[in-house]
Write a protein of this length. Sequence first.
Length: 301
Amino acid sequence: MSSKAALKCSRLCYSLSQLPVSARAMSGVAAEGQTVTAAWGLRAEKVKTFAIYRWNPELPGDKPKMQDYKVNLNDCGPMVLDALIKIKNEMDPSLTFRRSCREGICGSCAMNIGGVNTLACLTKIEATNKATKIYPLPHMYVVKDLVPDMNNFYDQYRAIQPWLQREDEGARNHGEQQLLQSVEDRAKLDGLYECILCACCTTSCPSYWWNGDRYLGPAVLMQAYRWIIDSRDQHTVERLDKLRDPFSVYRCHTIMNCTKTCPKGLNPGQAIAEIKKLLAGIAKKGEPGLEGTATVTRAGL
């Protein structure tokens, strides 16, 4: 071996011998300077702050307040509802909110998240350092924490009589015959029947904030239109007559907050506009494309 090759080899061995020393030195600095929150094969801890509206009417003199909760996102589901359930199960069992299906179908977990009325089960947690603020639906009486009083909303829904009304109601063989409907008439119900009555749209409407006792609100009016336009319903005139007053429909000023905030992507503003056209005589319901009944088909046992 030449002298030059031997020199290169010795330099390489010397540099390799220094690696363990450097690694030990770096680990010592890390141990002294900061706490290591991650290890090989594990994700770094991601802490998210949720500022949640709290109020307990059972505590005398208790006033509404915002309470912060810190949640490790690595140990939590991706949705805001997952974080709320984790907080209730592991941190504060007194936290109160509604929830049921966790699939955006029941509408129970409607609340104001980050300034937007939406469903907690459909809202992803924002992976930012900014705290997520959660309130109950705005401009409604609060039962406790994130639970609003829905009584007025459901009373208004009941007032529109949300069921089929026909002249032959007594003569029909209920449970044995079905009412026929054309494909075109059935298509008119698309974008209406999907409403889950979560009240996100209604509580985002300034007109409802001001006249919630007399104005029916976007959600209820969209359901009213759903039954008005149904070709199988025969009480269209009576339904429209109940809406002929200055407040039930005409407090809508087409602000369109309802359509912007709907978590199901529906358009209550358009439904209200269609009701106004029917009331003004600009539009007509038209005759059913298909009438009659048929025997209900039952699956064999």
